[in-house]
Design a protein around this ligand. Structure first.
Ligand code: ADP
Length: 193
């Protein structure tokens, strides 16, 4: 029997890692708590990394889901954003990077996730995030939204600000992994005065 957590629906059991290798004989070990961390990640920053590292300690599997979000006119293509995030997250064994289009709740259901992680930096994030969490709950009441705060040094950090600073030739190495800095410099080169 697959163990059911008290107080609600379990995550969909999915064989994973060692359990997958053992096969169906060990069914009681197959309950995997999966969480989705969705975003534009244009590009992936140290603030995103901080949130994923925290989530990876709490959940069995974290899926960083890069949204195609064409309406936001991202600087990096979907494939580039995915690649940059995947490289930063390589050391974390229980983290996977994927892309998705369309409704987050449908994607979460397809991936067997029981919760969505969002990062909260400041009060200014709250209103939009709160609305989105409640709308997602309306669309699927079994999908929880969990907010995580990064460490203080990253509370001012956003992909938008990093792009702005890079565009103006400022120092961005404290805010993004080295390979992201390199990619940003390369992407912005032709536009720099
Ligand atoms: P979106 O377009 O969905 O807001 P982002 O890539 O900007 O995508 O952000 C993805 C998630 O990461 C959001 O929940 C956002 O609040 C969070 N986030 C972004 N930057 C930080 C940071 N510096 N610290 C903590 N959370 C962050």
């Amino acid at each position: 029997m697959t163990p059911r957590p008290r107080g609600g629906e379990p995550c969909r059991p999915i064989p994973f890692g060692k359990e997958l290798a053992r096969g169906a004989a060990n069914r009681e070990l197959e309950l995997v708590r999966t969480v989705i961390y969705p975003g534009s990640f244009d590009p992936f920053t140290n603030g995103h990394l901080d949130v994923v590292e925290r989530a990876a300690k709490l959940f069995d599997r974290v899926i960083v889901a890069v949204a195609s979000n064409d309406a936001k006119r991202p600087l990096f293509t979907l494939a580039e954003r995915r690649r940059l995030a995947a490289r930063a997250l390589k050391p974390l064994a229980n983290v996977e990077v994927d892309t998705f289009e369309g409704l987050l709740v449908q994607y979460a259901q397809r991936r067997g996730a029981c919760a969505v992680i969002r990062g909260l930096r400041a009060v200014s994030d709250f209103e939009f995030e709160f609305q989105m969490a409640l709308m997602n709950r309306k669309l699927n009441q079994r999908l929880e939204t969990i907010f995580m705060m990064p460490k203080g040094a990253y509370t001012f950090l956003s992909s938008k600000l990093v792009k702005e600073v890079a565009r103006l030739g400022g120092e961005i190495s404290p805010f993004v992994p080295a390979h992201v800095e390199k990619a940003l410099r390369a992407k912005l080169k032709p536009h720099r005065r």
